[in-house]
Write a protein that binds this ligand. Sequence first.
Ligand SMILES: Cc1cc2nc3c(=O)[nH]c(=O)nc-3n(C[C@H](O)[C@H](O)[C@H](O)COP(=O)(O)OP(=O)(O)OC[C@H]3O[C@@H](n4cnc5c(N)ncnc54)[C@H](O)[C@@H]3O)c2cc1C
Length: 457
Amino acid sequence: MPAESSYDCIVVGSGPGGYVAAIRAAQLGMKTAVVERDRVGGRCLNYACIPAKAVLRVADVLQEIRDAGDFGIKTSPPEVDFDAVMARRNKVVETLTSGVSGLLRKNSIELIEGTGSLAGPGAVAVDGRQLTANTIVLATGSVPRPIPGTEFGGRVIGTEEAWALSKLPASLAVVGAGASGAEIASAYARLGTEVRLFEALERVLPTEDADISKLVDRGLKRQRISVHTGTLVRDVESRKTSVAFSFGEESGEAEWMVIAAGRGADVDSLGLADAGVGVAASGLIEVDGAMRTSVAGVYAIGDLVPGPALAHKASEEGVIAVEDAAGLSTHPISYIDVPRATFCTPNVGSFGLTEAEAREQGHDVVVGKVQYGAVGAGTVYGDRSGLVKIVGDRQYGELLGGHIVGSRATELIQELVNTKLLEGGYPEVARTIHGHPTLSEALMEAARAADGWLIHG
Ligand SMILES: Cc1cc2nc3c(=O)[nH]c(=O)nc-3n(C[C@H](O)[C@H](O)[C@H](O)COP(=O)(O)OP(=O)(O)OC[C@H]3O[C@@H](n4cnc5c(N)ncnc54)[C@H](O)[C@@H]3O)c2cc1C
């Protein structure tokens, strides 16, 4: 049945930004369509966040089996059936993407397959067909960028391909030790691949707090990853079954090279210039705090706009955009307080300012640090070396940042984000009763340390 052509809201792109925007628009009574040229759920569900976490979960299970002896369980050495690993990965993706399709249907949102572009005021063209709407939300995400001197192709791949390999590689060279690179290195090394990880800057996870980077560096090396920081990869040559390269004074070869060193907004198909949508020198679309572009009625969200390129940030921007379009009052996002998660081992969760950033900004900085070993759960569950670091401002007890490395850090960080959002500070975290024995008690102790009365430690 041919789709209708007139809507209240058209969303271009069905990733975590686009599909959430569409559902919220439908909830607000807008007749809504989503245009998608590839697969429902966007890159996040099909190629990026979800496949990555599905494979990382396998590496974590494998690790637990290998460590089982520490808990008094005898096992024979586990074997990785990579075909089965990837079959599970695909099933996870399918379950979640069909869930999104179901949500679109449930909310009477029309899914239009094809490439959308702006086509004059209030109009979107989809492969030659003209659709109209008062509100248009651009949510087309981002595409990988190679490092200077390289191009994708042959044995040089991006992060999305790295999570979709059909055979467990014998060796990998991963370029870029940010969140994506660290996750790929940590998963494949534990699955049995020989991994070299390269980072041009001086430390792994270079945007995290320096204390966190140090522990992650140690953890990655413990997984037998050969970590090269402050190192540029050059002379990359893709061959038939391998890729050759040089770094420092050395040369190397790997089955695949994964470039995990940056992405750019996917705007080429959108017709932004003709439509008059302002784009910054960075290639990102310029928006205000309500996600409005320079063209009335046109919004942009997610990886297309400034702020951390994260799925949950995209979703929140989607909600803000359509609520603004519906005439509700919205609040701009405090981007620094968006939780950041890196799912490598050791796990990393953070938000807000690092200690160095807080000092640079002239805060009266107070730091509370405890290892997981300070609380009972660290010992009970077998992770004493995890670390919680709280960065605060002494004057009003403000929570400026939280940095956690260790088991379940990606889950634990949320408590500090919520406390800040609810206008609590570290003294409030210190006085909130936490269940025992839980790892979250380490957050309470770090807050007590910041407040000057650490009990356990
Ligand atoms: C390997 C990897 C792992 C990641 N892991 C995490 C993680 O664990 N947690 C996290 O928060 N973030 C993670 N991210 C980042 C996250 O994937 C992005 O921030 C998120 O996908 C952005 O969502 P989006 O809605 O802006 O766009 P996308 O998810 O990129 O979706 C955009 C959609 O738009 C479609 N599209 C593009 N152009 C058009 C057009 N003209 N017409 C119609 N459709 C179009 C695309 O086909 C795509 O489906 C990861 C990224 C990568 C690469």
